[in-house]
Each structure stands twice: as C-alpha cells, then as structure tokens.
Design a protein around this ligand. Structure first.
Ligand SMILES: NC(=O)c1ccc[n+]([C@@H]2O[C@H](COP(=O)([O-])OP(=O)(O)OC[C@H]3O[C@@H](n4cnc5c(N)ncnc54)[C@H](O)[C@@H]3O)[C@@H](O)[C@H]2O)c1
Length: 307
C-alpha cells in the first residue's frame, strides 16, 4: 500500500516509516523538519519538505495518491503549549484540519491519528486508564489532541472517512530529541553522557516523581502496522500498563552508567500530569498488539544508541 506519514522525519514517525517500508509498503513523508531530520528517514521513503498547514499539500496528494495517511506531525511539548497555545493550535488543530480536508478531497482509504493517552485523560483515579474514561485535558496540547479526535468523528460521519486513533503513553527510544522539553528518557541520558546532573520533577503527593507508562518506540511502530488494516472507528490506548516513577526511571537509567550523580529535584512544571498509565486491553483485542520490549531492555538499547 502507499502510505503518507506526516512527521516521518521525527522520532516516532521515522520508526513507523521503517516498519512500513520493512513490511513492503511504499512510504511518502511530509515534514517541515522543524524538529525532525532527514537522517532519520529510511532510504526507500520519499520526502516532501512541507508544512501540514500548506495549500501545496493538495499537489502532493494529487501526485502520490496515498491510500493511508498516518498523522504524526505535531507540536509535541506540553510546556510549550501552555506558553504558546496559539502556536500549538496552528499546528495541532489547523494543520490537522488542512490534512483532513485534503484527505477527504482525495478519497483516502484510512486516516491514522496519533493522539495522547496521558494528556487527554488528565490526572485520573483509575489506573491503568481505559479508553472510555472521561477526557479532562489540563494543557492546550491535550485539548487540541482531544479536539482532533472529535474532528475525526465529524469527518467519519460527514464524509465517510475511515479512521483509527492511537493514544500513546510516554514513548522513548533511539532518535528521540534530547534537547527539547519533552522526552525525559533522552534528556536524562543526554545529561549523563555530557557529565551533567539531571533534574527530576515531582509533586508533593508523589515525592519519587511523576507516575508514567513508558513504551519502547519499536513497539509503537508495530502498533501502527496493525492499525493499517484494523480498528476502524476506534480509539485505542498504546502503552504498557506498567507504572514507573520518574525517580525509578532515573535509577534504572543511571544504573547503566559508571558513577552517576544523585539527581536534582524540582517542582513539577505547569501542565505536567501527576500520574498516567494506560489500560491496553483494547489494543490486545482489536489490534492483536502488545508490547514486547520491557523497560530495562528498551533503556539499554536507547543508552547504546545515544552513546
Ligand atoms: N513522544 C511521546 O512520548 C508521545 C506521546 C504521545 C503522543 N505523541 C505524538 O506522537 C507524534 C510524534 O511525536 P515525536 O515524539 O516523534 O515528535 P518529533 O518532534 O520527533 O516529531 C514530530 C515531527 O513532525 C514534524 N513537524 C512538526 N510540525 C510540523 C508541521 N507543521 N508540518 C510538517 N511537519 C511538522 C517535525 O519536523 C518532526 O519531524 C506527535 O503527534 C506527538 O504528539 C508522542
């Protein structure tokens, strides 16, 4: 099949591109390289250097006639979204709308939308959190991802667009940007490699740091492969169902280094969730998917990559 991946030069999108290419699909990437890199792109994939909000997107669809659109391009930082909600909306709401309008004009067969488990549910009492838990996002990033999911329902009803929403937990692995404000695993590894002391953010009620569900990026890529022909009209959590505190994560990563420093501790930032962990029963049932790389193995592979 011909698959157009937005954000395919980025961390997760490039692993998804690898997985589709390895499975024999033809891959087209649309990316403006704002955070992505051409180094990440598989040789067999074709890149269009373009913003998802650009009118020229129509020409790409006309020329390439993609059957599936797998939408990963986004402003990804919760912190940036709280500082600049308008910029977040331009990419995560208006950019998505341009892509949806173009997709229905060109009658694509399926749209895979990448949403977020953590930021959509907000701080919940029910952990791991299932998909039918009410959404209560506390950041513009979470609000715009939630809006995106609602737009998909509209395009399905109004235009018959087939879609699947994948709500990721915290993804980590090779190629994650260590210089941004999101991606604690790569930030910790990069600091330790540079001889710096990482900072662990925490809330008073969770003194060992925030609770998170860390999933390895190659497992995420496999979930996208499964979603290419399964799960129409479904919202599906993709994570591990296993909770780890930021303090425990730091200890696990630092055990892979010689003489690591004790971390610094600081208060959580605006928009940071206290806890998040996803129930993955639906992914197992509908996508026949479950994670295969545990945290220890995934972190070892990631440290090896960054070293
Ligand atoms: N990393 C995580 O833990 C996580 C968790 C939940 C959801 N997600 C979602 O997964 C997706 C990929 O995230 P990532 O961590 O790989 O981030 P990333 O920043 O590495 O990748 C985003 C890619 O999109 C491109 N891009 C950004 N704005 C664009 C625009 N306007 N037009 C065209 N291209 C644009 C960037 O250049 C980059 O290549 C995002 O939708 C993100 O919200 C990520």
């Amino acid at each position: 099949m011909k698959i157009l991946i937005t954000g395919g030069a980025g961390f997760i999108g490039s692993h998804v591109a690898d997985a589709y290419v390895n499975a024999g699909h033809e891959v087209i990437i649309v990316d403006n390289l704002s955070t992505g890199s051409t180094k990440n792109i598989p040789k067999k994939a074709k890149l269009y250097l373009l913003d998802i909000g650009a009118q020229e997107l129509d020409k790409v669809f006309e020329l390439e006639k993609p059957e599936i659109v797998d939408h990963h391009a986004a402003q990804i930082s919760v912190t940036v979204s709280t500082r600049d909600p308008i910029q977040d909306a331009k990419i995560n709401a208006l950019g998505l709308l341009n892509l949806l309008e173009t997709s229905v004009r060109h009658s694509i067969k399926k749209f895979i939308f990448i949403s977020t488990g953590g930021a959509i549910y907000g701080d919940t009492e029910i952990m791991p959190t299932p998909e039918d838990h009410p959404s209560q996002p506390i950041s513009p990033y979470g609000i715009h991802k939630y809006l995106g999911e609602q737009y998909l329902r509209f395009y399905a009803e109004q235009h018959g667009l087939k879609y699947t929403v994948l709500r990721y937990s915290n993804v980590y692995g090779p190629r994650q940007n260590p210089l941004g404000e999101a991606g604690v695993v790569s930030i910790f590894i990069n600091s330790l490699l540079g001889g710096e002391t990482p900072t662990v953010f925490s809330y008073p009620e969770e003194p060992d740091g925030m609770l998170r569900d860390y999933v390895y990026v190659e497992d995420i890529a496999r979930a996208n492969l499964q979603a290419a022909d399964k799960g129409v009209g479904e919202l599906i959590n993709i994570g591990t169902g296993v909770t780890t505190t930021t303090g425990a994560l730091y200890r696990e990563i630092s055990s892979l280094f010689k003489n690591p420093p004790e971390p610094k501790w600081a208060d959580a930032r605006p928009g940071d969730l206290c806890r998040s962990c996803l129930d993955i029963g639906k992914a197992k049932k509908i996508l026949a998917w479950s994670p295969s790389v545990d945290l220890h193995e995934g972190l070892s592979r990631t440290v090896k990559y960054f070293s």
